[in-house]
Design a protein around this ligand. Structure first.
Ligand code: CAA
Length: 258
């Protein structure tokens, strides 16, 4: 695997695992880390042997937000000219599924990066929050938008305006996370789900991800139209033929991702 300074990458079969690794700063997301993260994700997205990606941090922190020490002296013109935080959204251009496995703190940009992923699984001690208000700023990478879409206005306003954190259990109840696991089993469980996803036809998995994500952008009739076209198109793959033949013949399918 390629060597990075702020992240670690590994492979487990068709699953790629990316671990945020700035332990001394609770995985605070500085420019160098985000550059490496996007580079690794792009590489795995282009790798035919990878079917799904797990993004995780440490047991103490998924990520405690954007790096406050790095950005504190930024001025408006710099932020504007460099489109500060704009590049973070590159994560959302990855076309393979990404499962965020969140242990410990997912605060500010940490929560926002988790929300850019497709599924969030949490360890039972995880804490989610958008504490930017306490620093004299507001969320800048989706905390007012993706969080509101995920949990609704009442919870999102409460989190964004008070800066308070919520527990994994509360995040589960409000629909921010899909499942909660004991902290020490979280990554293994995320890899297990990622392996399940990666065992299916990759082009079909990519269509499914794209169709769900489009629901946030399109009207219902446009979204249903897109879904129906993807569904119809899926019959142009070898994997659809294989999947339905295998069902009829009462055997396991052998998907070739074609
Ligand atoms: N940026 C830079 N450094 C950070 C950091 C951050 N976001 N979060 C933690 N660190 C550093 C601390 O400064 C500390 O470094 P030193 O040992 O050199 O002092 C180290 O990580 C350990 O942190 P603490 O000693 O504070 O650990 P703790 O267990 O006492 O507290 C915490 C944990 C509650 C998460 C606390 O660190 C904290 O509040 N962090 C900041 C959280 C935050 O405000 N995040 C939002 C950032 S803004 C943002 O993300 C904007 C956006 O929308 C993208």
């Amino acid at each position: 695997a390629k060597e990075y300074e702020n992240i670690k990458t590994e492979r487990d079969g068709r699953v790629a695992i990316v671990t945020l690794n700035r332990p001394k700063a609770l995985n605070a997301l500085n420019a160098a880390l985000m550059k490496e993260l996007n580079e690794a994700l792009r590489e795995f997205d282009a790798d035919n042997e990878v079917g799904a990606i797990v993004l995780t941090g440490s047991e103490k922190a998924f990520a405690a937000g954007a790096d406050i020490k790095e950005m504190k002296d930024n001025n408006f013109v710099q932020n504007f000219k460099n489109n500060f935080l704009g590049g973070w959204a590159d994560i959302t251009t990855i076309r393979k599924p990404i499962i965020a496995a969140v242990n410990g703190f997912a605060l500010g940009g940490g929560c926002e990066v988790a929300m850019m992923c497709d599924i969030i699984y949490a360890g039972d001690k995880a804490k989610f929050g958008q504490p930017e208000i306490k620093l004299g700023t507001i969320p800048g990478a989706g905390g007012t938008q993706r969080l509101t879409q995920a949990v609704g206005k009442a919870k999102a306003m409460d989190l964004v305006l008070t800066g308070n954190m919520i527990s994994a259990e509360e995040a589960l109840q409000s629909g921010l996370v899909a499942k909660v696991f004991p902290a020490d089993q979280l990554v293994a469980e995320a890899v297990k789900s990622a392996k399940t996803i990666a065992s299916y036809s990759l082009p079909i998995v990519m269509m499914a991800k794209e169709a769900v994500n489009k629901s946030f952008e399109l009207t219902l009739s446009e979204g249903l139209h897109l879904e129906r076209r993807f569904f119809q198109a899926s019959f142009g793959t070898k994997d659809q033929k294989e999947g339905m033949a295998a069902f009829s013949e009462k055997r396991a399918p052998n998907f070739t991702h074609e």
